[in-house]
Each structure stands twice: as C-alpha cells, then as structure tokens.
Design a protein around this ligand. Structure first.
Ligand code: PLP
Length: 350
C-alpha cells in the first residue's frame, strides 16, 4: 500500500472548492458598528444577546480545549456533535459511487449511515470473537478505493478498547485516513490517541461532550488531526455550525472540568458495582469487560428481559441484531439510585 498523502486522497471538488466567506472574516481592523451581515441591530424578543452571528471558528472554545488537551488550536475541529465530523470526513475524502470505507462491526451505527447517505460503499470486517480488530481480514478487504477506516475505541456496543498494535498497523500501512472514535475515552484505562497525532499524518481522533461531559443535548463533538486535515473540515463545514449559545455553554463546561471528572469517577465506581452484582444472575450468561459508561451482557433471552425491564419502566438497548451480539443487551450506567432500581428489577426477574 502506498504512502499516505492528503493530496492523493482528497476529493477533487473539495480541493478546488472556494469556501463560503462570512461577513465577519472579510474585514480587518477595529469595527464598532456592524452593518455588514444583515443582522438585527435592535436585538431579539428574548433577553439574550444572540442577534449576531457566532464565531465560525469557535476560537475561545478551542483555546480552552487546547489548554485542557495540550494540543494546538489548529489541530482542533469543532462539530455539531461528532456525528457532523463523521459526515464531513466522508464527504471530504470519499467520491460517491466510487469509494468505500472500512468498518469493524459490531460498532457505532453512524459510520454506515453517513456513508450510505453519501452513496459511499461500506466494507465490513467483523471483529474477532473477543471483539478485537482482525487485521488479516482487513488486509484482504482494503482496496485502492478504500479511503477511511473507522475504529471505535472503546468500542460501542462492546465496551472494550481495541489493541494498540492493530491500530498502529493500520496507521502505518493504510494509504488513507484512520479515524479513532474516542467518544468513551474519559471512562477508559488508557490514554487518548491524541498524543500520537505527531507520529501519524493520517490519524483523526474523535471525541465528544455527549458522554463523560454530560452534554449530549448541546451537540458538540471534536475532531483532532493534522492542521491540513482540520483545514479541509473547516473548508467544507456549514459556516455557523456551532451556535453562540452552544459555544458559551461548552466553554463554561470546559472551565468546570473538575466537576465532570468527579461525575466520571462516580460512574466508573457504579460500573464496577454493576459488573460485580450482575454475576449473581444466572440468566446473564456473559458480562463483557467495559472501558466505557455501559456494559454489554449476553443473556438467555434478550427480548424477554428487554420487555420485562421495560415493564418496570427501565429501558436498555437490545443489540441482538448486531453481529456477534446474539441475545445481548447494552446497559448504560445510571445514577446510583437508578442502578439500585435496575438491580432490584433483575432480582425479581423470573
Ligand atoms: C455517543 C457516540 C458518539 C457521540 O456522538 P455525538 O454526535 O458527539 O453526540 C460518537 N461515537 C460513538 C461511538 C458514540 O457512541
């Protein structure tokens, strides 16, 4: 396989694209009176100052993130959830009807959906029985039109980290982009791949405020990559993809990092508790190890247990239709009280 070159894999239309230029980015100097963007200078009907367009490049937010993550702002992309970054990556690198991506099911569903929306073919190589990457099978599946490999670590829905050596092999030998989706990294016992960005120019790391930071409703996700890849994403994104309200609230959350960390510790303790307690139930056939904020369990009859829990007003995710996940439920770690109720319900099952 050839050396990675951004120029080689970027779509031609993206290479040639002249991006939208927003009013605010077209002047330099000390303006006080803004008559350049057709905003409403009188303000709105609510008592907040959102009458101006937000910063398209979210500089304040990136500076805060830069100091927390110890990475330059030019290596950060901010998206409307990681899901926006997933879609933009596919649109930047994959020619519809021609190119393909490689995914390792069972995994996060959005890689496949985003590819399908963009008419990009999906190559699938199943994880091994112990939910690790099958590199031998991946070698066979990769062809000259494979542009992006998606790796989810810790993986959703299985909960485990994927072996470093396998990810390294792909980064070194694959000619395209390797995305490592780290939505659950704050719950994990290993370091982020962000630290390896200097080594691999084809690495993109995804993170989000939706899980450990407790802000799924806000819609903020991050892509970390080389300056060149980040520039491509910025070029093709909707100019105002992150609202002013969202930028301000995300900034506040990042300022309050300690509180997010404390909550993460509680959730990890609660996970250890559930991993322990689940062992008493003989209808739970397998409890998979988890580096995330959820636990995958294999049970005797997943749809029966799913319906039973629902009758107790508890909803979990039935993943039984996923490959390697027959009769498997994915259980998110709740508050201590919610977990009490889950355990109580399980004790009354059958
Ligand atoms: C939850 C999750 C995300 C988060 O997506 P957002 O759009 O940032 O909310 C990304 N990847 C995986 C694997 C997830 O499970």
């Amino acid at each position: 396989m050839a050396e990675f070159s951004l120029d080689n894999i970027l779509r031609n239309n993206v290479k040639k694209l002249v991006p939208y230029s927003s009013a605010r980015s077209e002047f330099e100097g000390d303006a006080q009176i803004f008559l350049d963007a057709n905003e409403n200078s009188l303000g709105s009907s609510i008592d907040v100052n959102y009458n101006r367009y937000p910063d398209p490049l979210q500089k304040q937010l990136k500076q805060k993130l830069s100091s927390i993550k110890d990475i330059a702002t030019e290596n950060i992309f901010v998206g409307n959830g990681s899901d926006e970054a997933i879609d933009l990556l596919i649109r930047a690198f994959c020619n519809p009807g021609v190119d393909n991506i490689l995914i390792f099911p069972p995994t996060y569903g959005m890689y496949e959906v985003a590819a399908e929306i963009n008419d990009v073919a999906i190559n699938k190589v199943l994880l091994t029985e112990d939910f690790q990457l099958n590199i031998e099978a991946a070698k066979v599946a990769i062809d000259s039109n494979t542009k992006i490999i998606w790796i989810c670590s810790p993986n959703n829905p299985t909960g485990n980290l994927l072996a470093e050596e396998s990810i390294e092999w792909l980064l070194k030998n694959f000619h395209g982009i390797v995305v490592v989706d780290e939505a659950y990294i704050d719950f994990a016992s290993k370091d982020s791949w962000i630290k390896r960005l200097n080594e691999y120019s084809n690495l993109v790391v995804l993170q989000t405020l939706s899980k450990a930071w407790g802000l799924a409703g806000l819609r903020i996700g991050f892509a970390y990559a080389s300056k060149e890849i980040i520039n491509v994403l910025n070029k093709i994104k909707p100019p105002y993809n992150i609202s002013e309200a969202t930028q301000q609230l995300a900034f506040l959350a990042l300022q309050n990092e300690e509180e997010a960390k404390e909550k993460t510790i509680v959730l990890i303790q609660q996970k250890e508790r559930l991993l322990q307690e689940f062992q008493q139930f003989d209808f739970i056939k397998k409890i998979y190890p988890s580096d995330a904020n959820f636990i995958l369990i294999k049970v005797e009859n997943a749809s029966d247990l799913y319906k039973y829990l629902l009758s107790k007003t508890i909803v979990v995710r039935n993943r039984s239709n996923q490959p390697l996940c027959e009769n498997s439920l994915r259980v998110t770690i709740g508050t201590p009280e919610e977990n009490d109720q889950l355990l109580m319900a399980l004790k009354e099952y059958k």
